[in-house]
Design a protein around this ligand. Sequence first.
Ligand code: PA5
Ligand code: MN
Length: 190
Amino acid sequence: MSAFQPLNIKYSEIPPQFTPYDLVIDRSLNEMQDVFYDQDAVKRSLAEQNPSIVKVWMAPIPYDRGHLMSCMTVIYPGTIGDEFYMTKGHFHTDPVNDPEYYLTIRGEGMLLLQTREGDTSVSEMLPGILNYIPPGWAHRTVNTGDEDFVFLGFFPSAAKRDYSFIGLGKENFKKVVVKRLGKPEVIDHP
Ligand code: PA5
Ligand code: MN
């Protein structure tokens, strides 16, 4: 069996591009209704349109232990009610072996982190900051600016995402990021 061949990925932040890739995840509001706290605002938004919220490109790298995956995420600017557009957020299923790095390349955002025990942490995400997500921490990213928020992610390829705690009536993230007087504010989940 021949070795996996070296790979060079080209990316840009304006416009967001990442090639080659083998998977694109495109999430619009109707697929993410349960993640936003203000369900009336979700319904009002959907009555008008179904906005794109997030797009993720995954590198064509095997999903096997031993490989290191890279991906690029764009979160578009906007709010649902007063809550900024964000990712669903997830744990990695292995609580001890699967950390992740996020490297912001455009825009401004926040990283919400939370353990199974309920510890929380909030970090800024900006170009020039490399965020480390240790194993065992659920992670959600939020676009707190008014332009595309774009970041690269690097994690062990075999890591699997667990979204089961997200959604209505579920545990969810304890902190939410809302726009108050034009500025981001972190509040407890209402
Ligand atoms: O691997 C990651 O953590 C990222 O690629 C995320 O999956 C991406 O940012 C989208 O987030 P989520 O899958 O939580 O909606
Ligand atoms: Mn992850």
